[in-house]
Structure formats: structure tokens, C-alpha cells
Design a binder for this molecule. Structure first.
Ligand code: LLP
Length: 448
């Protein structure tokens, strides 16, 4: 099953609708609106208010299934940091995925939603003592060791009769990803232990010396929004080299290799995505070959996609509050959200596409900057968008590919509450997370 949907075009000036389409496969352009999973975005905006994040449940689920079908022998873990709520946790669980979490909040939410703890992997470069204790109490399947000092701390919570499986996060020296801030496969950044200088092998020795720890394998995460398979193939070779070094020193064939996430999706029409079929065709074969050459047992592959499952399932819907025509000829359409619900453009220069929904317009398109409501000139959601010249206050704008790293990184800037999230499926919409109200914000004020 491929992750590339083929269906009618949602942009009038999009050259080839099948290439790099950021919309969920169920999205349709109808008279005066866009529907997702049969639900009109304008209708959803009226019912739940704006800004609204609409999540296409079947898109999320079918992406989980596409991963499992493409890589039947691998363990696929959904990276919760992309976006987590109870419903999403259940969808991932029902589709047979594991879950990668990296905080007490993500762990407790998953546990409360009934996610099987043995399928949870706990990550983090700064796990608190409380997080480690909680992980042990909930019996999470694996904890990823990120640092030497963590080894005795985790070990202290175990015993030979109640052991803990751990993975060791290493830095394979592969640079990949859309922005420097997310390139984690190279040394000089905060995650994991370097392969080159022997740090990783030192960590292996220390883990193996702990009777309560079971080293089940190695982990690496190269970066995010990676468009080609090559970096993963290079990482496989380097990781196989390290697995062989572990075997040479300890006589151990580690049974698992986790390659992390990072698979790219399109944000604007024509954007390249990582080809899942190509990944599935090349990576396991490369791993098997690399292991065979070194006379190693081939470990089971684990992967942790977050964005590639969640981003295309989400559409953000905003209401235009003001349209400003400047004397310099620029047009700004200011909406009721912005960098507090989507910090990605400001943080990484991320590009998005945007579309008028809720009414048809025959006016020609003009270049418009869609800006947020926050107190910074850099609060620009979509720079140079093509939108109807008659765009006006009250209109609705929809931004596809909004399901990952927007709400999960949302802030309380300007005390604008975080948006509501609604799931859509089979022509029905239901609220998953209610809007954060001013009352919610005021409720945290202790000294009033
Ligand atoms: N595994 C680990 C250990 C990770 O650190 C991450 C993402 C993933 C898996 C999932 O990566 P994905 O498949 O979603 O690319 N806020 C940034 C992305 C940060 C990614 C952090 N780690 C952005 O909006 O582009």
C-alpha cells in the first residue's frame, strides 16, 4: 500500500494533483466548501469554532496500516511527540502499532487510554527520576538509554527477577533532515552516544554489567522530514558495524535495531515525500545483507514514524479576522490562530499551503501573506499564498498537513487558548479535545 493518495486537485493552480498532495485522501472540493471524510470544513468550523484542527481518523489509521503492510516483519511505533491524545492512542493501538513516548505526560496519557505498556518505548535525553519510576511501575516494554549516567539510574529500579529491556541510542554520524534543529544523527548535538569515539561500546559494556538490564538492541534517529532512503541505508551499514563490534566483544547478537522516524510528507503541492514502498523494499534487504556479510543474526527492525502518520491526517481551519492592504502593495490576511498553534514556520521556516473554504469565489487569485494574531512580525503562517482577491474578514482558511508538530508544540503565547481538535469519519465529526478557554488559563493563577 502506498502513502501517496491519488484524487482530484484541491488547488486551482496546482499543476499535477497526484504529486506531493498535502491533503488527506478523503478531501474533496465541493460547491462552496472542502469536505474531509464527508464533513464540510465550514460546517465543522461553525460547530466547534476556530481555530479548529480537524483529524481524519481513516487517514491516520490507513497510514498506520500502510506501514504495517509495507513492513510486516518490523515493529512500527507511532512517535507520540508528533501529536497525542487519547483517541489517537487508541487508533494506533488498534492498528497494531507500538508507541514512542518521551515524557511523563505522554506516558500517563497513553496508559490512561489503555495503550499496552509492553508496546511502549520511553525516550528522552533528560528523563526525570519520577519518569523512570513511572515507566517501571507501568512496565513499559523498553527504555532507550541516552547517556552513560542513566545506566545505573535505570538499573537501580530493576532486579534480575524484574529486569528492564533497554535500547541504546547511538549517533551513527549521518546528517539528514529538513532543518539543523532536527538533525540528530550527527555528533555535536545532545542525543545519544557517539559510535566513532568508542562511547557507544563503553555504554554497551556498562549495560551488560547490570544484571537487571537486558540490552535488546541499538537505536538511532537521524532527523525529521527526510525525503530519501539513502540516509537510512547508510545508517543501517553503520549500525550493523556496531552490532558486529558488540558481537566481537561480547559474543552477543543483539535482536533489535530501531532506526527511529523522520519520514517526510508533502506540505505544499509538489513537495517530495519519503517513498514508503522504496523504504520497505530497500532497508530490510540492506540490513539483512549487512548482517550476513558480518555473520550476524539479522535483528528485528523497529521504526518510529510520527509525522508521516499524523501530519497528512490533520487540517487546520482558521477564520480571517482582518485583511490589510498595505501601501507597499502587500496583502495580509490575519487569522485567529498563528504561531501559538503552529510555531513551525517561525521556528524552521516551514512552508504550508492554504485554501479558502466555506464559499466559492470567482475572483482571481492574488498573493497574500496569511499571518497569525500574535505580537511578532515573524508570526507568518503562509508567506505568499495564492488566495482570492476578494478575501475578507469572516472567511475561513484551511491549512492541510497540519496533524503533526503543531498542536504538540502549541504554546500559551498571548494567552490565546489552544485550539479544539475534532475527528472526522464517515461524514461525522466528533470533538476529541475541547478548546482551551480563558477560564482554563485563569484557573492556573494561584495568587489572584
Ligand atoms: N523517534 C525519535 C527518537 C524522535 O526524536 C522523533 C522526532 C521521531 C521518532 C519521529 O520523527 P518523525 O517521523 O515525526 O519525523 N518539531 C519538528 C520535528 C521534531 C522531531 C523530533 N523527533 C518539526 O516540526 O519539524
Amino acid at each position: 500500500m502506498s502513502l501517496t493518495p491519488v484524487r482530484p486537485c484541491l488547488y486551482t493552480d496546482q499543476p499535477d494533483p497526484a504529486v506531493g498532495d498535502p491533503w488527506p485522501a478523503s478531501a474533496r472540493s465541493t460547491a462552496g466548501d472542502v469536505t474531509v471524510a464527508g464533513v464540510g470544513l465550514a460546517e465543522a468550523a461553525d460547530r466547534f469554532g476556530t481555530p479548529l484542527y480537524v483529524l481524519d481518523e481513516d487517514e491516520f489509521r490507513s497510514r498506520c496500516r500502510a506501514y504495517r503492510t509495507a513492513l510486516p516483519a518490523a515493529e512500527v511505533l507511532y512517535a507520540a511527540k508528533a501529536f497525542l491524545c487519547s483517541a489517537v492512542t487508541r487508533w494506533a493501538a488498534e492498528e497494531g502499532l507500538g508507541l514512542d513516548v518521551c515524557s511523563e505526560g505522554e506516558l500517563r496519557l497513553a496508559a490512561a487510554a489503555g495503550f499496552p505498556p509492553e508496546r511502549i518505548v520511553l525516550h528522552g535525553n533528560a528523563k526525570s527520576p519520577a519518569e523512570l519510576r513511572l515507566a517501571r511501575r507501568l512496565r513499559v516494554g523498553r527504555i532507550v538509554v541516552d547517556d552513560l549516567a542513566e545506566i545505573p539510574r535505570i538499573a537501580a529500579l530493576t532486579s534480575p527477577t524484574a529486569p528492564q529491556r533497554v535500547l541504546l541510542r547511538v549517533v551513527p554520524g549521518v546528517a539528514a533532515g529538513h532543518h539543523e534543529a532536527v538533525r540528530t544523527g550527527v555528533t555535536g548535538q545532545k542525543f545519544g552516544l557517539a559510535v566513532d569515539d568508542g562511547e557507544a561500546l563503553d555504554a554497551v559494556r556498562r549495560i551488560l554489567a547490570q544484571p537487571g538490564l537486558v540490552l535488546s538492541g541499538l537505536h538511532c534517529h537521524l532527523g525529521s522530514q527526510i525525503t530519501t532512503v539513502e540516509p537510512y541505508l547508510t545508517a543501517v551499514d553503520r549500525m550493523a558495524g556496531l552490532l558486529a563490534a558488540v558481537r566481537d566483544e561480547h559474543g552477543l547478537h543483539l535482536p533489535e535495531l530501531d532506526l527511529g522516524g523522520g519520514h517526510a510528507v508533502p506540505y505544499v503541492p509538489g513537495d517530495e515525500a519519503l517513498d514508503l514502498d522504496e523504504f520497505a523494499a530497500l532497508v530490510p534487504v540492506r540490513l539483512a545483507d549487512a548482517c550476513k556479510r558480518r555473520r550476524l543474526d539479522t535483528p528485528r527492525l523497529l521504526i518510529e514514524p510520527g509525522r508521516a502518520i499524523a501530519a497528512p491526517a490533520g487540517v487546520a481551519v482558521y477564520r480571517v479576522l482582518a485583511v490589510k492592504h498595505t501601501s507597499g502593495g502587500r496583502i495580509f490576511a490575519a487569522v485567529d490562530g498563528g504561531m501559538s498553534d503552529n510555531p513551525r514556520p517561525a521556528l524552521y521556516g516551514a512552508r504550508y499551503s492554504v485554501r479558502l473554504v466555506g464559499r466559492d469565489s470567482t475572483a482571481a487569485n492574488r498573493e497574500v501573506d496569511v499571518v497569525g494574531r500574535h505580537c511578532e512580525a515573524g508570526d507568518i503562517l503562509v508567506r505568499g499564498a495564492r488566495l482570492s482577491a476578494d478575501l475578507r474578514a469572516g472567511d475561513l482558511l484551511a491549512v492541510p498537513a497540519s496533524g503533526a508538530y503543531q498542536l504538540s508544540m502549541a504554546s500559551g503565547y498571548n494567552l490565546v487558548g489552544r485550539p479544539a481538535v475534532a475527528a472526522v469519519r464517515d461524514g461525522r465529526a466528533r470533538l476529541l479535545i475541547r478548546r482551551e478557554s480563558v477560564e482554563d488559563l485563569l484557573a492556573r493563577e494561584v495568587d489572584r
